[in-house]
Design a protein. Structure first.
Length: 131
């Protein structure tokens, strides 16, 4: 492992730039800077941004808050990608403007599924037998 990498193998620089991009996008969405009816009516959380090694591409993981239509929110984000890219390029000092790709963050759903499995009577019975 190189001295500038995290245990997961991603460089500190990629993580730092991804976090800067995440903050910019969250700020834009929080302030309502995008003139889009769906985004104005929906609270979207930017959970993570993963940068490519050359910093030219960013995968943005988002999660609309409870009750929001995830598909509509993703469509609205993708429709306004050019605006988001220009704002990120303006606010984050990078050599190239990163191309943004918006994806739904499934980690919360996966966590809820695992939690439900751990709480199921069958698993609870097996865990009690281990004690």
């Amino acid at each position: 492992m190189r001295h500038n990498e995290t245990p997961e193998g991603r460089s500190v620089r990629l993580l730092r730039v991804g976090e800067q991009v995440r903050h910019v996008l969250a700020d834009i969405l929080m302030r309502g800077d995008v003139h889009d009816d769906v985004l104005a009516a929906t609270h979207v959380s930017v959970t993570e941004v993963r940068m490519s090694p050359d910093l030219k591409h960013a995968t943005v993981f988002v999660k609309p808050l409870i009750g929001a239509d995830e598909a509509k929110a993703l469509k609205a984000l993708r429709t306004n990608t050019a605006y988001f890219q220009s704002e990120v390029a303006r606010r984050v000092n990078l050599k190239y403007a990163a191309k943004l790709k918006f994806l739904a963050d499934e980690s919360f759903d996966e966590g809820a599924r695992i939690d439900a499995l751990l709480r199921s009577p069958t698993v609870a019975r097996d865990l009690d037998q281990d004690d």
